[in-house]
Design a protein around this ligand. Structure first.
Ligand SMILES: Cc1ncc(COP(=O)(O)O)c(C=O)c1O
Length: 303
């Protein structure tokens, strides 16, 4: 039986129900997180990756939506570990916390309402392929901008934008969609940040390009500079830069490090996973599983 955290209690999943009048269901007024825990079979240990960082982002996202969380980051981390201990997973697991307007009031507004909070966990292997590489295409849907629905925040309503783009991409035979900003520069994937490699330098769209401020992106900025000695530049990226790039990859908690082998039906570099992407991916998997001593403190042991 799956246990979830709901209304400040640990309850069976079947008992965690919301009313059809819940405000957030109608107006997308919630923020969520996506966190991964990795099973380390050698140590018989489950490691949650970058746990406090995810809740720090959630708390700051809640500020944008004026949602009132009853727990601070430390408590949220403790509740998550407690929940995992109750469910006892011995496999890679995804953790989904959500804060939302739980009041039944009619009308879109952010004040005068109650905030609900829940967490559930679910087994998760690859969200998108990480082995041979994926084919992506630019969407006809533009990325939501900071003055419409801030992409910086994981706002539930903002994921309509992702769903439109991802559906279009899948219907066109791509594995994933890429977004351009309203201004026509490269932003990110439907649920992933993006990096490209040109002449050995790593480039990623900067925070003004309507990207989610990804935790994996941040991790890779550190690892690539400190462990691989690569130069990383955060700047505006033009669409055709991806056509001439040596390597492209997507990253995210779900996506991990996913090589992109084709953009808009043009092969990227050799058309296979590039050597720099392969090094980054290998290092990333070592770190998230708690196998890299220097970054072991990024992993919270559950058992
Ligand atoms: C739109 C979007 N961009 C990027 C990411 C990657 O963010 P993170 O590395 O924090 O998971 C996500 C993630 O989950 C996302 O939904």
């Amino acid at each position: 039986m799956q246990t979830v955290y709901f209304n400040k209690q640990f309850v069976p999943l079947s008992e965690a129900k919301v009313s059809i009048r819940t405000n957030a269901l109608h107006y997308g007024s919630g923020v969520f997180e996506g966190i991964r825990a990795y099973w380390n079979a050698t140590e018989q240990q489950l490691f949650v990756f970058k746990l406090p960082e995810h809740y720090e982002r959630m708390v700051s996202n809640c500020r944008v939506l004026k949602l009132k969380l009853d727990h601070d980051v430390k408590e949220l981390c403790a509740i998550t570990v407690d929940l995992l201990r109750r469910n006892q997973p011995k496999e890679d697991t995804y953790i989904r916390p959500i804060a939302y307007i739980s009041s039944e009031g009619l009308g879109p507004k952010l004040v005068g309402y109650e905030t609900g909070f829940a967490i559930y966990t679910i087994p998760l292997g690859d969200y998108i392929d990480t082995s041979v590489g994926i084919r992506v295409g630019f969407s006809s849907w533009r990325r939501i901008s900071d003055n419409t629905i801030p992409a910086r925040c994981k706002v539930t309503g903002g994921y309509v934008n992702s769903a439109l783009a991802r559906t279009e991409a899948m219907e066109q035979g791509y594995d994933e969609a890429l977004f351009l900003t309203q201004g026509g520069f490269v932003s990110e994937g439907s649920a992933e940040n993006l990096f490209l490699v040109r002449s050995g330098t790593l480039i990623t769209p900067d925070r003004s390009q309507d990207i989610l401020e990804g935790i994996t992106r941040d991790v890779l900025l550190t690892l690539c500079q400190e462990e691989l000695g690569l130069t990383v530049i955060e700047r505006q990226v033009g669409r055709t830069e991806l056509y001439v790039a040596d390597e492209v990859f997507l990253c995210g908690t779900g996506a991990q490090v996913a090589p992109v082998i084709e953009v808009d039906r043009r092969p990227v570099g050799s058309g296979k996973m590039g050597p720099i992407t392969a090094r980054i991916q290998q290092l990333y998997f070592e770190v998230v599983k708690g196998n890299h001593p220097k970054y072991r403190h990024w992993c919270t042991p559950v058992y």
